[in-house]
Design a binder for this molecule. Structure first.
Ligand code: CUA
Length: 350
């Protein structure tokens, strides 16, 4: 009673202001400009669209409950606050009203039942989706801290940037992903395309996406997986169907053997680079690190930790730990000349 009696207009104002702030912050990403920042309220693919619709319904139901409860609470606090001259005795107490008991038991049960039905329908819809003929199949393997991406049917291996075709009205082309982990638990999440799916060792999870608008969609690992969890970014590049076919043809080619990079190639092949990296068509067949066959076709290095520029590539080859402290690629203590040669060679891998 002491607490309630201290309630005054200033605290009421503060209370209303904080609620308004929370609602304002919530509405901003839902309806405001997103400036390229990824956003669960702006889905651009199934199943993200369906998930958004379900969560909008859940949010609306919860918001109505919140407004009713908070409104009644606020009303009671203001209307029945302690006033000067009030008697110091307790007001009359009400016990055991059957109507009230029934109302607050039956209504919530009905609401929860509606929420269960809607949610399970969405979950079933998404989980039971079968891959139609022509669907792109990719295996995504989470590593500390990068993504290995394989297209077994197409014979392509790449990293960190998943390429898929856009689904069009006459050619539905969803992409089905098999998610695996090489070490610890990760989580694959590209908010505008689909919900999060955990990536767990010794278990294969599946998910699918069906974007319709070409472009680059950003995502990230959504399960803490060690020091560089925050720099385990994902890019999903959605192409028009023709563009995708072109990308597939390019990626299927073995590595280019450029004559002017022979010295750099030799430096790469004689260093320990080959123990971890594969460059198809050469002696480099390492499996621990990303496949570098078409390194220059990627926009970023180190799973989005740096843009794929000459300067950053040089820094990365010289000492990866300056870009991604704790990553498994060590500083190989190479001379400036070796670094230059290897960078020049890597830049021929288009
Ligand atoms: Cu991988 Cu967090």
């Amino acid at each position: 009673m002491q607490l309630i009696s201290q309630f005054n207009h200033r605290t009421a104002f503060g209370y209303v202001l904080s609620i308004a702030c929370v609602i304002g912050i919530g509405l901003q990403p839902a309806f405001g400009q997103n400036n390229g920042v990824t956003n669960i309220f702006r889905p651009l693919s199934q199943p993200a669209q369906e998930i958004k619709e379900t969560s909008a319904l859940v949010l609306i139901i919860c918001a109505v409950i919140f407004i009713i409860v908070a409104g009644l609470l606020l009303y009671s606090l203001v209307r029945f606050r302690h006033r000067a001259g009030d008697e110091a005795t307790e007001p009359p107490q009400v016990y055991g009203s059957n109507q009230i008991e029934l109302a607050w038991t039956v209504l919530p049960i009905l609401i929860v039942f509606v929420l269960i039905l809607v949610t399970s329908r969405t979950i079933a819809d998404i989980q039971n989706r079968k891959a139609p003929r022509g669907a792109v199949q990719a295996t995504v393997v989470g590593h500390q801290w990068w993504w290995e991406i394989r297209y077994p049917e197409l014979g392509i291996v790449t990293a960190n940037e998943l390429h898929v075709p856009a689904s069009t009205g006459d050619k539905r082309q969803p992409a089905f992903l098999n998610l695996q982990s090489a070490d610890v638990a990760h989580s694959f999440w590209v908010p505008q395309l689909a919900g999060k799916t955990d990536v767990i060792p010794n278990k294969e999870n599946r998910m699918w996406i069906e974007p319709t608008i070409p472009g680059t969609y950003l995502g990230n690992c959504a399960e803490y997986c060690g020091t560089q969890h925050a720099r385990m970014l994902i890019r999903v590049v959605v192409h028009t169907p023709d563009d995708f076919d072109r990308w597939v043809k390019e990626q299927q080619q073995p590595a280019l053997i450029a004559a002017d990079a022979a010295e750099g190639r030799k430096a790469f092949m004689t260093n320990s680079c080959v123990n971890c990296h594969t460059i198809r068509g050469t002696a480099a067949e390492g499996k621990f690190g990303p496949d570098l066959t078409h390194l220059m076709s990627r926009e970023t290095l180190a799973s989005g930790a740096a843009p794929n520029t000459t300067e950053k590539l040089r820094l990365w080859v010289r000492d990866p730990q300056t870009i991604k402290l704790g990553c498994l690629m060590p500083n190989m203590q190479m001379t400036d000349r070796e670094v230059d040669l290897i960078v020049a060679y890597l830049q021929t891998l288009k």
